[in-house]
Design a protein around this ligand. Sequence first.
Ligand SMILES: Cc1cc2nc3c(=O)[nH]c(=O)nc-3n(C[C@H](O)[C@H](O)[C@H](O)COP(=O)(O)OP(=O)(O)OC[C@H]3O[C@@H](n4cnc5c(N)ncnc54)[C@H](O)[C@@H]3O)c2cc1C
Length: 444
Amino acid sequence: MACIGLATKKMNVNSAFLRPSCQNAFLGTGTRSSSTIKAQKADDHYVKEDVVIVGAGIGGLATAVSLERLGIKSKVLEQADSLRTGGTSLTLSKNGWGALDVIGVGNQLRSHFLEIQWARIKSQQGKEMQFFNFKDADPSQEVRAVERKILVETLANQLPQDAISFSSKLASIEKQENGDTLLKLHDGSKVSAKVVVACDGIGSPVAKWMGFTEPKYAGYCAIRGLAIFPGGQPYEPGVEYIYGKGSRVGYVPVSPTKVYWFICFNSPYPGTESVDPSVLRQQSKKLVKNYPSELLKIIDETPDETMISTPIGDRWLWPVLTPSASSGKVVLLGDAWHPMTPNLGQGACCALEDAVFLSKRLAKALQSENPLSVEDAFRCYKNERWRRVFGMTIRAYIAGRVMQSESSLVCALRDNILVPKLAKPGSMLGHTNFKFEPLLTKET
Ligand SMILES: Cc1cc2nc3c(=O)[nH]c(=O)nc-3n(C[C@H](O)[C@H](O)[C@H](O)COP(=O)(O)OP(=O)(O)OC[C@H]3O[C@@H](n4cnc5c(N)ncnc54)[C@H](O)[C@@H]3O)c2cc1C
């Protein structure tokens, strides 16, 4: 193996934002067995790869599958020892489904999850403030709550057996003289990559190396869970939101036997992700004390391992002030680049959009003769995607401020004017419009 050139840029990875122990919290029950990269550990040796994707989350796996469809092999480095299938659920709107269709797994996933017909927003006092049918608002709309476990397993199953290298936690990153990137892993092994797509989530070590600031805590946390009703869950296929003062709750059926729920509550401190499940259950029950008793019933049907508490944060990609999404042949994708608050339910949808958009351009660049084409592809990606994700991040932040407000005046305006009179379903869902081009076209 070749020797390493002199490093021109170097960082050490230490604490990741808001996620001091996420790898423990998520170590999971993945169906894929652990395979570690067979890198030699001698200081001056490394494994060479063309395309390395850091992180086997939603964005990383969607990118690997999209590239695979386009004939480009990649190696995915994941810090956990199996797919992070823990965690709970999330909702995907029509743009998320559009991306999954382009990737070729949409119908496979649809078969697991109920289509959600309507949304209802109530005040804590039980007053209905808004009700709308998704298809009435937009006939092309499609909303389903999705179990993260099934989503990531379905994506991973599209890849060759050895595509994901588990227990491969990125420790530091260096630029090499030849333009390649040297990735040093915690176990001492090294990987040299021509192209790196960093999908390493909200605490992205790669974003830190590229000069991005830590995401900013938004002042509230979310507890989520997945209730299981073995004899069948009793709810209609709708999403219920209930807004209080400084907190809100919601629940939505996922499948005939499962219901996803969440509580967002203001907290001066972010806390950590790993909380004893019995403490989390107690805390959840306390938080829903003044909400409809339905919530207590749902929490009681929730297994410990599906409950998770997450501090909510985001990072605004200010023009000029924020570093670029790419540095040479290293590029950020998903939460690693544009962490956003979950108030529009768009973080994963945008990571999926990113994956499809980037893969198509990257594949074309890698198949071209021009040595600069990868950087050109990254420039096109960041210019096109920035417009979409910057606006979305700000809208999600503002929605969160209103929904989490503790001000009596703001809550009264929200509950009597903003939600019932001003909010129009069509405009509330406008951000889910996104036009996809197929991955494989005549030119690809
Ligand atoms: C409360 C809450 C509710 C949400 N609801 C929705 C919703 O309804 N709809 C929606 O679209 N989005 C939602 N989201 C957002 C969504 O979960 C994220 O946007 C999405 O998971 C981002 O995917 P990603 O692949 O970028 O990052 P992640 O899913 O976080 O994946 C990152 C991966 O990188 C790995 N990794 C990290 N560091 C390293 C390292 N050093 N070396 C190797 N691997 C590493 C991690 O282990 C992980 O597997 C929600 C988020 C929260 C917090």
